[in-house]
Design a protein around this ligand. Structure first.
Ligand code: C2G
Length: 128
């Protein structure tokens, strides 16, 4: 059982998120998604359109996702890797290199982002 973890806000869920989650699941057998809480997002200077509860509900409905846990701070990743017996940490390559320190605990994989789609772009397009 190869266990995968990824982190994110996943607001205004779109096909770029889905493709990322699909490719995360292809790396193993069990996918944990650590979902940024509303409070953690405030710290990232992000205010998501959907609440944590709604974003969690949507992620749990995705066939590739096996478990959703809260992401509450930047420091929890090593504990998460240990607690959930993670084999592979996966993120989109906009984070390339940022989490290489996890390599002493698990494999670290960065996947190419899906071009031309982002939550920010959706908000911009809808506001014009
Ligand atoms: N993503 C992607 N393609 C896009 C948009 C997003 O592959 N067009 C990926 C991102 O690279 C990320 C994941 O989808 O791996 C979630 O993206 P966000 O919700 O924007 O997450 P982010 O705000 O980057 O938070 O501790 C890490 C942070 O919580 C990541």
């Amino acid at each position: 059982m190869r266990r995968i973890i990824t982190y994110g806000t996943f607001d205004l869920l779109h096909y770029g998120h889905i493709r990322l989650l699909q490719r995360c699941k292809e790396q193993g057998d069990y996918l944990v998604v650590a979902l940024s809480t509303d409070e953690f997002n405030a710290g990232k200077g992000k205010k998501s359109y959907f609440s944590y509860a709604d974003r969690k509900r949507m992620l749990e409905a995705i066939r590739y996702v096996d478990l959703v846990i809260p992401e509450e701070n930047w420091e929890q990743k090593v504990d998460d890797v240990r607690q959930y017996h993670i084999d592979v940490f996966v993120m989109g390559d906009d984070w390339e290199g940022k989490f290489d320190d996890l390599e002493e605990h698990c494999e670290v994989v960065y996947l190419a982002r899906t071009p031309e789609i982002s939550t920010t772009q959706i908000k911009t397009d809808l506001s014009s």
